[in-house]
Design a binder for this molecule. Structure first.
Ligand code: HEC
Length: 128
């Protein structure tokens, strides 16, 4: 093989190697996101549903329940429970008192639980 041909072959192979290395590097950088990627945050306006359902009626227990059980969340929180037994509703009302701070007296638990056990599945007067 002549010297000139070997030189040409050497330069050709060098160029080919450089092209391959460059191609692999580009493929890798495309696959991996740059650590300095910019994330643009924009303000969003979200309208959440408003729950204003109350328990219907004028009785004292209705008033106490509306005043105490709709303080922190809507009636929907109560209505969307699966059918619960009276005993489970008593535990639920006690949980609201003891764990979350619902300002009811312990002796009001049974009466409220009994009312809710019957009222939870009844339609609300304003229909929402
Ligand atoms: C001091 C605030 C507060 C009051 C008052 C309150 N709750 Fe709750 N209630 C909560 C919180 C907090 C949760 C949990 C919400 C969540 O997990 O997203 C909750 C959840 C619930 C749930 C869903 C099941 C569960 O255990 O998480 C029901 C049913 C419920 N409350 C019923 C009642 C009833 C009935 C009353 C009235 C006796 C009442 N709540 C009063 C704060 C309150």
């Amino acid at each position: 093989m002549s010297l000139i041909f070997r030189r040409i072959l050497f330069v050709f192979l060098l160029g080919l190697t450089a092209t391959l290395v460059n191609g692999v590097a580009r493929a890798q950088s495309a696959a991996m996101p740059s650590p300095h990627r910019t994330i643009r945050l924009t303000s969003q306006k979200i309208t959440l549903p408003f729950g204003d359902k109350v328990f219907a009626g004028d009785g004292k227990i209705v008033k106490v329940t509306n005043q105490h059980c709709l303080l922190c969340h809507s009636r929907g929180m109560i209505d969307t429970q699966p059918p619960l037994t009276l005993d489970t509703w008593k535990k639920e009302v006690d949980k609201m008192r003891t764990a979350y701070g619902c300002p009811l007296r312990a002796d009001q638990t049974a009466e409220i639980a009994d009312f809710i056990a019957h009222a939870a599945s009844a339609p609300a007067p304003n229909g929402n």
